[in-house]
Design a protein around this ligand. Structure first.
Ligand code: NAD
Ligand code: GLY
Length: 368
């Protein structure tokens, strides 16, 4: 097992990464505060992993479960209400601990429920998708979607611990593995060129789920995320670089209807658009662009936007982004490979050209 820490003063917490560790009770004992536990999961993950966790924890705790419907489309205030009702009906008090067992949707919603139930109770993240293991379970962003925008309602609220069991990836559909890989590649692009080089070499092995390599990819991703979050917990500055591709990506997710494009798929296309815009601004070489596109393709991810979208759709959706400041759109771009910047200083003509060319390429791809 490998361990690293997210350093946030009195809100610091460990991340544990290893095989089969979701059944290591001692890791939970250290993070559970009282005698009550509410495991929040969804119908898919419950069938796979809930029973074993309930049996393990029932030895020492009063364990209740809240099983949510599965899907991004259920990441709503209504579903959050289901968690609240479960906690109240089972008479959980302020000493309860919420455990999020599932992917990023469960983690974000269970975390938001923990942040707000009786003004805040402790929670533990047990992420079961690659995306949640490398990104969403770390850093304390919690929340739900609004029909008008992704993750528009939420709170910064850190877990007590993140317990990453790499064995859970064996049941993950290939499409979800690819989606998680988008966030892994993102770290290489924004802050770690040696990691980008390593991913280029190892992508076929990673996609075949080689356990040592995948653990290494998760560890290096978590190191990058923990480092950024430790410097800027509430995204006053540098944390925004973690959103490379996300402003474009959120526009795709919202426009296409939540759940139709996976978050990671939309982020992959968003990263390619951000790379293209960075190239137009003279920050990247032709070879940098080709390498980035090839790496997303090697992870079996889309690199072109949905053919049904228009430039106007992007502009309208992106105007709602949380990084918009005083009416001006800020984007995460690359100053060079491995070095991200957040800026509103980009020529609108380049921004439009990036979208026009990508949408045109998408149309050509459907015609051939
Ligand atoms: P997800 O939670 O929808 O999980 C993907 C699918 O895999 C679901 O159908 C789920 O039931 C299933 N699943 C989960 N674990 C499984 C397993 N081990 N075996 C088989 N199936 C399994 O999606 P996700 O990609 O994990 O997370 C996406 C969400 O995360 C989005 O809502 C996004 O906004 C959010 N997110 C949050 C942050 C953050 O910092 N909080 C960062 C990135 C993404
Ligand atoms: N996923 C972006 C962040 O956690 O800040």
């Amino acid at each position: 097992m490998r361990t690293l820490n997210v350093e946030l003063g009195d809100r610091s917490y460990p991340i544990f990464i290893g095989h089969g560790i979701r059944q290591q009770k001692a890791l939970f004992d250290d993070a559970i505060h009282g005698k009550q536990v509410m495991i929040v999961t969804n119908t898919t993950v419950a069938d796979l992993y809930l029973e074993a966790m309930v049996s393990m924890l029932s030895i020492d705790y009063k364990v209740d479960t809240c099983i949510l419907p599965d899907g991004e489309v259920y990441k709503t205030l209504d579903t959050y209400g289901i968690i609240m009702t479960s906690l109240l009906e089972a008479k959980h008090n302020r000493t309860t601990t919420v455990i999020a067992l599932g992917g990023g949707v469960v983690g974000d919603m269970a975390g938001f429920a923990a942040a707000t139930y009786q003004r805040g109770v402790p929670f533990i993240q047990v992420p079961t998708t690659l995306l949640s293991q490398v990104d969403s379970s770390v850093g304390g962003k919690t929340g739900v979607n609004h029909p008008l925008g992704k993750n528009m309602i939420g709170a910064f609220y850190q877990p007590q611990a993140v317990i990453i069991d790499t064995d859970t990836l064996s049941s993950l559909p290939l499409r979800e593995l690819s989606a998680g890989m988008a966030e892994v590649i993102k770290y290489g692009l924004i802050c770690d060129v040696p990691f980008f080089d390593w991913l280029e070499a190892e992508m076929p092995v990673l996609m075949a789920l080689n356990n040592d390599k995948i653990s290494e990819a998760i560890y290096r991703s978590c190191v990058a995320k923990a480092h950024v979050v430790s410097q800027d917990e509430r995204e006053g500055g540098i944390r925004a670089i973690l959103n490379l591709g996300h402003t474009f990506g959120h526009a795709i997710e919202t426009q296409m209807g939540y759940g139709n494009w996976l978050h990671g798929e939309a982020v992959a296309v968003g990263c390619v658009l951000a790379v293209d815009l960075s190239w137009r601004m003279g920050h990247l070489t032709d070879s940098d662009v080709a390498r980035a596109v090839a790496l997303f393709e090697a992870a079996k991810l889309p690199v072109l936007p949905p053919v049904t979208m228009t430039v106007a759709h992007f502009i309208e959706r992106m105007a709602l982004d949380k990084k918009v400041l005083d009416g001006s759109l800020r984007l995460v771009l690359l100053a060079s490979l491995g070095d991200a910047l957040v800026t509103s200083e980009f020529p609108m003509a380049y921004f439009t050209a990036t979208l026009v060319d990508a949408l045109d390429a998408s149309l050509q791809a459907t015609l051939t």
